[in-house]
Design a protein around this ligand. Structure first.
Ligand code: SF4
Ligand SMILES: [Zn+2]
Length: 379
């Protein structure tokens, strides 16, 4: 991704040192353990989004469309998942009403100036209509749950909706436990903003973190969610005609690397069984303190780029829906400096093509040649 003005440069966190050695079995002790290993937050402000950029993504109808992503600066998520590092770019207290719409304005003003032909104007003609050939979607990710009552003030919903009516789809993220009336309210506002015939109404898509379909591993992640809870939230969205996107971790903690690929496949299957139209595979990123402690205990092995490549190929193979690899900041997963850039580029092309392309061959590491780090062959 290309950094845009307003984007905070990543800085390694400074980890705390006061945590006990063994990961507690559960409850408040587990949360204290996770918090005790944290470093400092990044300096962020409610007046500015954390980052914003435009990417291309394969849409559900097969077309490749531009997608604006705005990483909103928000209060920290109230959950304390052991693998989460999103708190690093959050605030300890809620943002005031009006802050989130202002952040969206800040980002869209700059993105429209940089990409005038690609970013729709709020309230403009429906994207994709003959009079306006531009199609564009928007992700509003807030490092937590969009429908968390402490995250996005409900009174800001109309102002947010007014800013996204020119987009064909609005994608937000949410913990499954917070899927409820607020989702319906926001969806209804989007539809009302689309005019009497809802012709300009952006479609709402909610991204839920499944993380893994391995019930035992999921229970240890401290996400406070079970597979039946996830399924209920997905069914709720389906009944309301709201699209579902699912996040799945590649090689989470508490899972042996030898089992990781199988469980990624099973998690992708579970997501599609729950009605997902898209699944994003996220390599489990070290760097939050807790994962380093788990690695020291032998409970976590950071995935390599080859694990993400294999997971994407395996996820695409059944052809049940779109499967994407998260390609943001993959440097920590590099296996080989000689072929890293080409392999990341290949992952991006796979995301757009939604089919497995020939593997990158590398004489240094043996990728694509059956060597120890070989990419999964095409086909
Ligand atoms: S629910 Fe999501 S944002 Fe919240 S702590 Fe867990 S992974 Fe992080
Ligand atoms: Zn290589």
């Amino acid at each position: 991704m290309t950094p845009e003005p307003g984007q905070n440069p990543p800085t390694p966190p400074r980890h705390g040192t006061a945590a006990p050695a063994i990961y507690p079995a559960g409850g408040a002790a587990r949360t204290r353990w996770i918090l005790g290993l944290r470093g400092a937050r990044q300096p962020v402000t409610a007046r500015r989004p954390n980052a914003f950029f435009v990417e291309a993504e394969r849409a559900a109808d097969g077309c490749v469309v531009p997608v604006v992503t705005i990483l909103l600066t928000n209060r920290e998520c109230p959950y304390r998942c052991v693998m989460c590092d999103l708190w690093q770019n959050t605030l300890p207290s809620p943002v005031p009403p009006g802050a989130v719409p202002s952040q969206i304005d800040y980002a869209l003003r700059r993105l429209r100036a940089a990409h005038p032909a690609r970013i729709p104007i709020a309230g403009g003609p429906m994207p994709g209509a003959a009079a306006h050939p531009t199609r564009c979607q928007i992700k509003l990710y807030n490092a937590g749950s969009f429908f968390d009552p402490g995250a996005i003030p409900r009174q800001d919903y109309p102002a947010i909706v007014a800013r996204v009516t020119g987009f064909e789809r609005v994608i937000v993220e949410c913990h499954p436990a917070l899927v409820g009336d607020r989702v319906i309210h926001f969806r209804d506002l989007l539809e009302q903003a689309g005019g009497p015939a809802r012709a300009r109404a952006p479609r709402l898509e909610v991204a839920l973190g499944l993380e893994t379909a391995h019930a035992g591993v999921l229970a240890k992640l401290n996400k406070c969610m079970s597979l039946p809870q996830f399924r209920r939230a997905a069914q709720f969205l389906q009944r309301q005609g709201i699209a579902l996107r699912v996040f799945v971790l590649v090689q989470p903690p508490f899972l042996a690397p030898a089992e990781a690929l199988e469980w990624t496949q099973r998690s992708v299957e579970f997501a599609f069984d729950c009605g997902a139209t898209a699944v994003t595979l996220i390599p489990t990123r070290p760097g939050n303190g807790a994962l380093e402690a788990l690695a020291a205990q032998g409970e976590f092995v950071p995935p390599r780029l080859s694990a993400l490549e294999s997971a994407l190929a395996a996820g695409l193979a059944p052809g049940r829906g779109r499967v994407f690899a998260d390609t943001w900041s993959l440097e920590p997963f590099a296996d080989c400096p000689a072929c890293f850039a080409k392999r990341v580029d290949r992952l991006r092309r796979l995301n757009l093509a939604q089919q497995v392309l020939p593997a990158i061959r590398c004489a240094v590491c043996g990728a694509g040649e059956g060597g120890p780090l070989a990419s999964r062959p095409s086909g």
